[in-house]
Write a protein that binds this ligand. Structure first.
Ligand SMILES: [Zn+2]
Length: 142
């Protein structure tokens, strides 16, 4: 799979979100046209004045702000990923390298579809998602 990953302003990879990956998607990705859940349209980072002016967290001098740190902590504790780590990786290596890394990390070895960070099991075939759970290496505050 070489499809580009859907990147949200906060550093979330929307391509591994269960709202996008489920058999009947309820979201098309944070920055794509189409349907969004309320928790995404209400998102403080998506609606941040910097993000609405086109400056995503990747280019923001205030990264990581308190708002992003809260979201990131929740994801590091529960979902095996970190928005802040994504952003730092993109800053250092570029988006293409990050997309490649993400595909390698999240592709289900059983069926080839992407795992959802939000699900302990592949939404396509049911195989166990080995990245589900606390982000490794877990660090308390990036
Ligand atoms: Zn699978």
């Amino acid at each position: 799979m070489t499809d580009p990953m859907l990147l949200a302003p906060c550093g979330m990879n929307c391509s591994i979100c269960s709202a996008v990956l489920r058999p009947r998607p309820v979201c098309t990705g944070c920055t794509e046209e189409g349907i969004k859940p309320k928790y995404c349209t209400d998102c403080r980072i998506r609606n941040c004045v910097h993000a609405t002016q086109g400056q995503w967290c990747v280019t923001c001098g205030e990264m990581p702000c308190a708002c992003l740190r809260r979201l990131d902590l929740r994801y590091r504790r529960r979902y095996g990923m970190s928005m802040i780590e994504n952003i730092r990786y993109i800053r250092e290596h570029g988006r293409t390298a990050w997309e490649q890394r993400e595909v390698e990390k999240w592709r289900c070895p059983t069926c080839g579809m992407l795992w959802s960070a939000h699900s302990a099991h592949c939404l396509a075939c049911g195989a166990a998602n080995s990245h589900y759970g606390p982000f490794e290496p877990f660090t308390s505050r990036p």
